[in-house]
Design a protein around this ligand. Sequence first.
Ligand SMILES: Nc1nc2c(ncn2[C@@H]2O[C@H](COP(=O)(O)OP(=O)(O)OP(=O)(O)O)[C@@H](O)[C@H]2O)c(=O)[nH]1
Length: 422
Amino acid sequence: MQRVLIVEDSKVVQQILRHLAAQHLNVELDFAWSLKESKALLKSNRYTLALVDLTLPDAMDAEVVQLTLSQNVPTVVLTSKIDEYSRQQMLEMGVVDYVIKDNRDSYLYAIKLVSRLLRNQGCKALIADDSMISRAVMRQMLEKQLFTVFEAQDGEQALTMLKSDHEIKLLLTDYAMPTMDGFELVKAVRNFRGRDDLVIVGLSGAGTHGLSAKFIKYGANDFLMKPFMNEEFHCRVMQTMEQLNLIAEIKDYAHRDYLTGLYNRRYFCQHMDKSLKNGPISSCLALLDLDLFKEINDKYGHLGGDSVLTQVAELLNQSFGDCLVSRVGGEEFAVLLPGESIDEARAIFDNFRSRFADNIFYIEGEALNCTLSIGIAKCEYATLSEVMRHADQALYRAKAQGRNCAMAACTKSHQVTEKCTT
Ligand SMILES: Nc1nc2c(ncn2[C@@H]2O[C@H](COP(=O)(O)OP(=O)(O)OP(=O)(O)O)[C@@H](O)[C@H]2O)c(=O)[nH]1
């Protein structure tokens, strides 16, 4: 797990930072008051990042910054005031960024900056530039921002790398390069990587009029003129990555069911349509419907019913965490189980059905049992509606058999495997 060191000598500020960190950071956190305490913590822990106060009672001259940097811990500085000389000095020392503590919002800004930097960890960035020196300078800055960095010497090499590695999320591309220039590269990349999947920052030292606008019109998110200041580079990259993260958050929000946090019907249908586009897939689709759920609602009220639905979602996640699990209707769920035959799938879901029936659900401390009926179909049809129709028919039969039952639809090859286990 990622671990962050926060060094701050003011009790009040430390309390504010603790509170904000608990809200915005999901990492191991250590707090230190002094240089001495920081040294001890750095000896026994490995930190992903440090957020440090520039001056401490036992380190008035930025010694704590020198300490974290000497241990190769990317460091963000908190400072109460800063003049041009110390700003330059600090940036030359190699800090990632600094935040001036001049109002309450600056603490929130600092914690959000840490959070954004932590999100960069494991994220791949590609630099396309024919100048080895430029690549080295940018690599150093990106590594400080926790990116995993790759380099390409020209547009064609960059294009090949982007085609084969969809985990690259940031492209920095120079304009003037041999074999394929920055414009051609951006145009080609946008044919297969959208703005919701890859962010691009164009670069040029040429100073040609209109270069920035052209880069953006061809599909770049931003533009930087060389030579740039480290601070500007850092801000532009962070801001561009923020766009990507915001789009991802909005998409995730739109794809999730509000009550249970599972994927919703819209996401489920989109995923299935995409998967089936290239022909049948070797998965089984199970529709799981709660039995007599109306009675639970009638007895415990709608909120009681909601509580059961969230507990059901937890059980599904525990058992089928690696599969696509969705809430496709009020009390109906879908699980896409990859790689199993219909017989194996039925056995797996029947086992789940049986454990589900034994599970104790709680509504405001009151215990109750609940059962499921399940219909399973092989994803061997051309469209989702056909797969759903077969799974639905099996589910209907499971209900008709008396519920608490898992039924499999006949496969195309007529290996009928219908069994009721009640
Ligand atoms: N609490 C709660 N109830 C919901 C939600 N969505 C649908 N329902 C309820 O789910 C119940 C479904 O009832 P029915 O379709 O009659 O099915 P059932 O009672 O489960 O009976 P069978 O499916 O035949 O076993 C209805 O009472 C709906 O109001 C929801 O989001 N929360």
